[in-house]
Design a protein around this ligand. Sequence first.
Ligand SMILES: [Ca+2]
Ligand SMILES: [Ca+2]
Length: 450
Amino acid sequence: MIGSKRILLIFISILLIVITFNIGYSANNYVTIPDDYQTLNDALNAVADGGTIYIRDSGGFYAFEKAQIDKSVSIIGIDGTPVIGCKNDTYLLIEVLSNSSLTIENIHFKSSIDKRIIESYSPYLNLKDVSFSYSDPLVIKNSQANEDVDITVTNCSFNPKGPVIDFSYNANGSISFVNSSFSVEGIEVRNSNGSNLYINGNVFNDSGIEIQGASDSQIEVKDNIFDGNKVIFDFNDFSTSNLNISHNKFLAPTYYIYNRDTQNTLNLNYNWWNSEDGPSIDGSSVFNGNIIYDKWALDENFIHFSGGNIIEGQVSLKNSFNHGGIDVNLFLDGSRIDSTYTDRDGLFSFNNLGPNNYTLTFQNNGYNTVAKEVYIHNEDININTELKYNSNLLDVNNDANVDNLDISEVSNAFGLDSTDVNWRDKYDFNRNGKIDLLDILIILRFREDE
Ligand SMILES: [Ca+2]
Ligand SMILES: [Ca+2]
């Protein structure tokens, strides 16, 4: 009897382990629609917190009922891009609750225009490679004050309705729209107070950006293309000094730009307005309110700007009487965008430069090249530098040494001046038009320093 009790105990223990294991296992880290579950709600119930729901593209259309998300979950399309929408009687497809975080990748949401796809109260929302057509696609809200939001929309497309940020409470953190496209309606921000707003690298077609309420935060609208027939900027109550709307291409022929905020200037400098003459405000375009746009790109590569800044300065050649002909090159992002030579006094300048990080190089045969990093924010820059000669200047007989043979060769030309028939520039190290003691001293001093 004791033996069989023991066996029973062992059996129960094993059973418990198996059950526990199964429970652990059944909180699935991965579930797939339609392989494991047919509906989004069933998949959400089955998936573990932190898990992933894969939706397989079957070539058809998934019509789901409203789903509430109250955990951390990723929803990812596989085997193509699955097309998903609301069931006929459903108004809202995905409600993201405040205690959750949601990632969606590679899904095409398609529903009639009166149906909302995502309404989020979560501070963590990450959409990537998601396209929305016809629907009321995305409304982002918040549920308590001073949360660190981290909302990113990358490589997504919205047509014809755009996403809406509509916070009820002040937030921290950031909201980013990156490399996405917006048609007909662009991005609407009703309130994003406190959180930074980054709108970078997007394409807006017949659309734009409406901001009402974005104080105490950074607003960056950079590297976007505004195309189509019209572009709309409508800013109101954006009270922040940290506003950067630059390096955008306004290609649309008509723009409606409103600044309804009487306290703050809407700074639209350093954009490309599809003409080297800047924005065209005659005809049907409207610039309304306190807006500045007196500096603009003169080319769509954003190299030169009307009313831009100057980099100027003076370069000297060490121990020389003449600083002309130094090769000065200007680089932006590794590409040479301009070049010039110094005059006799070593002076040079580049004009019409916009806000960027530039690199300047100063080159002259026989001298060590000098490179300088320059950042223009909104001011002129003055650079002074000196180039030091090297052995290439002084090794006049080209034998890779600076020695008595070079001194002897220079000495043979001693006393010549630049009007003489036998004159050779290369012996006149200090460029004073004479082969004299100073030139020989330069060799002697160089050898002492070595
Ligand atoms: Ca030599
Ligand atoms: Ca000389």
